[in-house]
Design a binder for this molecule. Structure first.
Ligand SMILES: Cc1cc2nc3c(=O)[nH]c(=O)nc-3n(C[C@H](O)[C@H](O)[C@H](O)COP(=O)(O)O)c2cc1C
Length: 316
């Protein structure tokens, strides 16, 4: 035994970063680009945006990139809580330093049953684009997911009005058409579908079509949630990603499937209409998600790959 007191150990010890970051990097990201880097600092971990992995054509202003990094930031907090650590997060995107997104420090904390369940959901979560079962998602479940997501600093809103849902499906179809008629977009998509060095989409996802087809929004019983924010800066997008990740993990716990439908927000022309139609121009749309029940008898899916930890974890 050393003379170090328990309280001193509690403030100086660090979580097992490799285990923590392996879990955090299971986070969803646009086209599985995993556009994040983690740097160990004297006080914890720094989350840095890897702009070399930005989809310059379909995501020119980095919205999907920041949302993906926000999902990883939420994942690191969930993983830490499940391993017995409380996270203290400072979200720090600044105009002069667009790469540095957040600093996280950790202190020891007891593991709650909820933290254990959420960590299990993190390990189980994945994108499943197969057709949904026709049982409707009960409105109270959607509202409960929306409330959980909204605690993370974004507005998560159920979209239940039939006319608005119909318009969103049309706008998604329009965005899909515009993107697919653009060769630069298709080249970029093909690049990330190649699935080398632990990122991109596996071939099996090609067969299921990624992005999920617009008609997926019109399936019977599908629930829609819109994640929106009052500003449209990097901090807001980071928060939107944290909210998306919270919704996704809570939905996974309940056996619900979640698929983000980002196209109608990626295309500037349709984004403006989404803002007007769904949000009365009062909030900025960040990401739309489709939620539903998968048929019970489905086959397990191959998981999307992840980059090697040595490529995303900078120790100095
Ligand atoms: C910001 C963002 C946008 C996404 N947009 C779409 C989309 O439009 N269509 C789709 O099918 N999946 C979309 N996804 C899901 C990703 O393709 C998926 O998370 C990634 O391939 C990793 O696979 P996994 O979720 O199974 O771990 C999106 C994910 C994020 C974080």
């Amino acid at each position: 035994m050393t003379g170090t007191s328990a309280s001193a150990r509690a403030t100086t010890a660090a979580p097992p970063y490799e285990e923590l970051l392996t879990l955090a990097c299971r986070a969803p990201s646009v086209h599985n680009t995993q556009p994040w880097l983690w740097r160990a600092t004297a006080t914890g971990l720094e989350l840095v945006a890897d702009r070399s992995r930005q989809l310059l054509h379909s995501d020119p202003d980095g919205r999907d990139l920041a949302i993906s990094c926000g999902a990883a930031l939420h994942h690191v907090q969930v993983a830490a809580a499940g391993l017995g650590w409380a996270s203290h997060v400072r979200r720090v995107p600044e105009p002069g330093r667009p790469h540095r997104l957040a600093m996280v420090s950790f202190t020891r904390a007891p593991v709650s049953p909820d933290a254990t369940r959420l960590l299990q959901a993190l390990a189980a979560r994945h994108t499943d684009r197969r057709p949904l079962g026709s049982w409707p998602v009960p409105p109270e479940q959607l509202h409960s997911l929306a409330r959980s997501g909204s605690r993370w600093g974004a507005h998560v809103l159920p979209v239940s009005d039939g006319a608005v849902r119909q318009r969103l499906a049309e706008l998604t179809a329009r965005a899909d058409e515009l993107q697919r008629s653009d060769t630069a977009y298709l080249d970029e998509l093909a690049l990330w579908r190649r699935n080398d060095r632990g990122s991109g989409m596996p071939t099996a996802d090609l067969l299921r079509r990624e992005p999920a087809p617009p008609e997926a929004m019109e399936e019977e019983g599908v629930g829609l949630l819109m994640v929106a924010t009052s500003s449209d800066d990097t901090l807001s997008r980071l928060r939107a990603g944290e909210a998306l990740s919270e919704v996704w993990l809570r939905a996974t716990q309940k056996g619900l499937s979640v698929v983000p439908m980002s196209q109608c927000i990626e295309v500037a022309q349709t984004r403006a209409e989404v803002s007007g139609t769904v949000l009365e121009d009062r909030l900025c749309p960040q990401i739309l998600v489709r939620i539903g029940w998968l048929p019970a008898s489905r086959e397990p899916l191959e998981r999307t790959p992840r980059r090697a930890l040595r490529d995303v974890f900078l120790r100095t």
